[in-house]
Write a protein that binds this ligand. Structure first.
Ligand code: SF4
Length: 1022
């Protein structure tokens, strides 16, 4: 009978020593146990058997499995076994019972996630052997809020114990009850334990319950050997604290403590001096005195990648170009930020045929069957809202054809169907059949009471599942996946039905008679779903493992790649579990109540786990960090990298040159693509006819143009008013206004506010008369009012502009059509509508002013005109001046709006109107001739800035300089016209060559990708 510690830093052979000792004892009769953490048990069993197949007499167990084994031997479990799922259900039941008596948690008790946090706290209380009376005792001397919290937890805990004790054996209680049982059998023989040998391996610490079990074992076993991994940094102290606690426990029980076995030689890193130096010198905090290991750096690499995608590509490139002696299974990947990396890793590695095994369970919530059940409940709870209905239908478990579901979705969005509207027939007969089919599928819910027993709610769900013949559909999915060789997905579908049945069985068993609302039922069910996962099947034995820090064990790997080695990510920030905050933990700790470590200690544990994980590869450690977020913000490397560089000052951070050495796969960047000549000929023939705005779209990104205008990919029509609808409405109102003014023989510059408002009212009524959408709900009616106000304000400003000059409105909504010859005898015809053309007669010359109404904040930019992004104004000007044999006078964007003057003082009418007018200043280019400028704004004079056009004149009579030119002389104006024509030719020629490149025109951070809906198709990362 004795306790022995086997101690050593990572790689010193502690596990190997355990295995060797186990093999030596195989010939004897004593029971042999290899006790490891639950998540390592399978790996450890494989490891044990891989070295000696005959080692089957050794039992590889976790603490819970040991308890289960002993209970089986004692004959009968003390109560019905309830796992974590059962525990959540029981807690939910307890909450129903005590909810009215709670104060602190009265409103939180039904909130999403509360049961999970409560379950963590109850588990923690059990592990640390804290009772409800203890909490009540501490409540007496605490602040009112903390006292209320402790009292509520004590009430829940008492009710829970009352429900559970003697009836259920919970995982939480198993070790406690085991110890009681072993104590009660103190004088009886227990062959499974008496004279046994235990090797306890892979732990860094033990809960009080586990320590208690060890004490019971120590009293009976021949020997208990406990391995602990020591760290180079004494601050990484979990093993030291554990040694102390176990020694106290042994001393108190008068158990002999045998001499420690100290393993000094680093066997794992015998051929990797860099990693050996890392193991011997890594510290948690800065260490200026860290030894210099400048020669030993080729076992460790640090790489800076642009972003997560580049980081994953770098890892993939390393794997693909690795030394052939390294198998996939010799490599492990660890992620600082697994949620963000896992998907990228899976898709990238799939694409490159790199086998990757993700060492976690699949979330049951991601399976269509779970989604079907949750969506069905949500349809009732959320009164047939769009999201719930289509979540339900898109599970592919309703037997309704997907094509019909898509059509139904378009119809529902376009007609704003939700809530009671599902009860009325649709005016599309085919879709109405689908509506009826859906109502029939959900009839068990719609016809039942919203509050019923848990059993009744569960029965409604199963009635629906049987009516849908779910098991047959699942079987067909399994068959299809199996035939396609996708065994992983087949296994997932195979597991789901039994899992769902298990959850419902537990639910009915624990809470069947409780009367609950459908909302509470759904929340309870969700708590159950959250507890269950689906196991994954390793696709092959030769695969890379993606593991978790502290949770995964990698036997004998050669290379470890750590992704996401960034600040605040590596080591992972410890998250708070349960209901107690760190401060409350500390408060309880001060009164003698031991709970799990608070944040600062958890951070130490996190560093310790990372240190032991990074010590596992025998040959190479590669740390890759991202230097930017997907949004372009800079990221800093993890402090772990700084600590490593203190040990190895010559270790440089590698960037692009390293990536190219690995043969970097390009991350998504602008890609060129061409349609075939035959397709281009089919699409365009000899003459491309396109609108000026479309040509601009092509210049912004040929791929977006191709998607929008060639493939005609459109977002779904929705029953809602979009900004583009409002823009179209403004244009219609303003065009119609000028027509009516002319028809009535009136002049723009004679109209009053009242005249304008009357015109606008009439026009808006006519234009929207046949459109239900603007009159459907209060929001849309409010938008229509806004259109009236904005149109009236904008038209008033336009009339004021006209009053302030001599240009005369001449054309409105005027169609232009201009032809430009291209290469190879082809032509490009550009079409468009000019919002307004004003003219000025001066001697024998006519000058043209072009105005384009803009409902956004677009400003004219001459550079963008040259690059083809803002072609419209110049195309129109070229066309109209050519048509009328006239000269350019100016071309402008007029901002449609309803500005507000922000001022604290009361303004007179004239000042107010002047202030408002200044906010309608147009942007564009004017001809820099005095006569035409004055004809656009008669008030323009030296030392003045126009309120109409973007021109200001200095006191010396010269134009005020601005970043963008706003006035050009006639030659420059004409040169700009020629440049734009040249650009149009270039764009046209690219079109005829079939250019559909995803090559966006970018200027600063405001590239077209930011607003583009095709990002998911073109593959460009935004
Ligand atoms: S996201 Fe960017 S590159 Fe992709 S289609 Fe849109 S504009 Fe073009």
């Amino acid at each position: 009978m004795g306790l022995r510690f086997i101690l050593g830093k990572p790689g010193t052979g502690k596990t190997s020593l355990c295995l060797e000792e186990i093999y030596q004892k195989l010939d004897g009769n004593a029971p042999l146990y290899y006790l490891v953490p639950e998540q390592f048990s399978l790996q450890s069993e494989k490891l044990l058997l891989s070295r000696r197949a005959a080692a089957t007499q050794v039992q590889v167990l976790s603490f819970n499995r040991l308890a289960y084994r002993l209970f089986s031997n004692f004959g009968g479990m003390p109560g019905k076994f309830a796992d974590d799922l059962g525990k959540q259900m029981l807690l939910r039941k307890v909450l129903f019972e005590v909810a009215d008596n709670l104060t602190y948690y009265k409103s939180a008790a039904n909130k999403h996630g509360f049961v999970e946090s409560l379950a963590d706290t109850i588990t923690e209380m059990n592990h640390y052997r804290i009772t409800a009376p203890e909490l009540l005792d501490r409540a007496a001397n605490s602040s009112p809020a903390f006292a209320a919290k402790l009292t509520d937890i004590a009430k829940i805990s008492t009710a829970y114990r009352k429900l559970v004790d003697g009836r259920y054996l919970l995982t939480d209680d198993m070790l406690e009850i085991l110890c009681q049982k072993l104590d009660s059998l103190e004088n009886d023989p227990i062959p499974l334990l008496d004279g046994a040998y235990f090797w306890v391996d892979g732990f860094s610490g033990f809960t009080p319950q586990e320590r208690q079990v060890l004490k019971c074992i120590l009293k009976r076993a021949n020997n208990v050997s406990v391995t602990l991994t020591l760290a180079a940094d004494p601050r990484l102290s979990p093993p030291k604290i554990t040694i102390e606690k176990l020694k106290n426990l042994a001393n108190n029980a008068r158990i002999k403590i045998e001499p420690e076995t100290q393993l000094e030689k680093n066997l794992r890193h015998a051929n990797a001096p860099g990693l050996a130096a890392f193991v011997n010198n890594f510290t948690m905090l800065p260490n200026k005195a860290a030894p210099n290991h400048s020669q030993n750096t080729n076992n460790i690499e640090i790489i800076s990648a642009f972003d997560r995608y580049a980081a994953v590509n770098t890892a993939a490139n390393y794997i693909l170009s690795r030394n052939p002696s390294i198998r996939f299974r010799d490599i492990a990947i660890l992620c600082g930020d697994r949620t963000h990396y896992e998907k990228i890793l899976q898709t990238t590695f799939d694409r490159l045929n790199i086998p990757l095994f993700v060492d976690t369970e699949i979330d049951i919530l991601s399976h269509p069957l779970t989604e079907l059940i949750r969506a069905a409940l949500d349809i009732i709870i959320k009164n047939w809202n769009y999201e719930s209905v289509f979540r339900f239908l898109k599970t592919r478990l309703t037997s309704l054809p997907l094509e019909t579901i898509d059509q139904l979705e378009n119809y529902v969005l376009e007609h704003g169907i939700s809530s009671y509207r599902w009860r009325y027939p649709f005016n599309n007969p085919n879709l109405d059949n689908t509506r009826q089919a859906l109502l029939s599928i959900l009839s068990t819910f719609t016809n039942s009471k919203k509050t019923a027993t848990v059993q009744a709610h569960a029965r409604h769900i199963f009635d629906m599942l049987y009516a849908l013949n779910i098991s047959a559909t699942l079987q067909s999915w399994i068959d299809t996946c199996t035939a396609a060789g996708d065994h992983a997905t087949a296994r997932m579908h195979k597991q789901i039905w039994p899992k769902i049945c298990e959850i419902f069985d537990k639910l009915v068993e624990m809470l069947g008679d409780e009367e609950v609302s459908i909302k509470t039922f759904a929340a309870t069910l969700d708590a159950g779903f959250a507890q269950v996962g689906l196991g994954r099947v390793p696709p092959t034995t030769d695969q890379i493992v993606l593991g978790d820090i502290g949770r995964s064990r990698y036997p004998e790997i050669k290379v470890m790649i750590v992704l996401g080695a960034n600040e605040d990510i590596l080591p992972p920030t410890p998250s708070q579990t349960g209901l107690f905050t760190d401060y409350e933990r500390q408060t309880l700790q001060n009164t003698g109540v031991e709970l799990a470590a608070e944040n600062i200690h958890r951070l130490t544990e996190s560093y310790y786990s990372l240190y032991t994980a990074m010590s596992q590869p025998s040959d190479k450690l590669i740390l890759i960090y991202s230097s930017t977020t997907p949004g372009g913000k800079s990221l800093r490397p993890s402090p772990v990298i700084n600590r490593i560089r203190e040990i190895f000052p010559d270790l440089t951070i590698q960037g692009a040159q390293k990536l190219s050495e690995y043969g970097m796969f390009p991350s998504p960047t602008p890609t060129s693509a061409l349609l075939s000549e035959a397709s281009t000929a089919c699409l365009y023939g000899n003459t491309i006819i396109t609108a000026a705005s479309r040509l601009e779209s092509f210049a912004r990104c040929p791929f977006a143009y191709y998607m929008t205008y060639i493939l005609k990919a459109q977002p779904r029509k929705r029953f809602q008013v979009l900004p583009t609808d409002l823009g179209t409405l403004f244009h219609s109102v303003m065009a119609e206004f000028s027509k009516r003014v002319w028809e009535n023989g009136e002049k723009h510059n004679n109209l009053t506010h009242t005249d304008i408002a009357q015109y606008v009212d009439e026009i808006v009524n006519v234009v929207t008369a046949n459109s239900n959408i603007y009159h459907d709900n209060a929001r849309n009616r409010h938008m229509l009012d806004k259109v009236r106000r904005t149109s009236a304000a904008s038209i008033w400003a336009l009339c004021e502009h006209i009053k302030m000059g001599d240009f005369v409105p001449t054309l409105t909504e005027h169609e232009i059509r201009t032809s430009i010859p291209l290469e190879n005898g082809r032509n490009l015809t550009v079409t468009g509508y000019v919002d307004r053309v004003d003219t000025l007669k001066q001697s024998a010359e006519e000058y043209i002013k072009i105005i384009d109404y803009k409902s956004g904040s677009t400003k004219f930019n001459i550079e963008e005109a040259r690059h083809g992004i803002q072609l419209q104004l110049m195309i129109y000007m070229n066309a109209i001046t050519a048509m009328r044999n006239a000269k350019p006078g100016g071309m402008f964007y007029f901002p449609i709006g309803d500005p507000i003057l922000e001022t604290d003082i009361l303004l007179d009418k004239e000042t107010r109107e002047k202030g408002l007018l200044s906010q309608f200043k147009m942007s564009g280019i004017a001809l820099s001739e005095e006569t035409t400028l004055n004809a656009m704004d008669k008030s323009l004079a030296p030392g003045q800035s126009s309120t109409v056009i973007p021109v200001a004149i200095n006191k010396d009579g010269k134009f005020k300089k601005s970043i963008q030119p706003t006035a050009l002389d006639i030659e420059s104006f004409q040169t700009l016209g020629q440049e734009v024509t040249g650009k149009i030719k270039e764009l046209g020629n690219r079109m005829t060559k079939g250019d559909i490149s995803a090559a966006p025109y970018t200027k600063g951070p405001k590239g077209p990708c930011n607003f583009c809906k095709f990002g998911a198709v073109c593959g460009i990362e935004k």
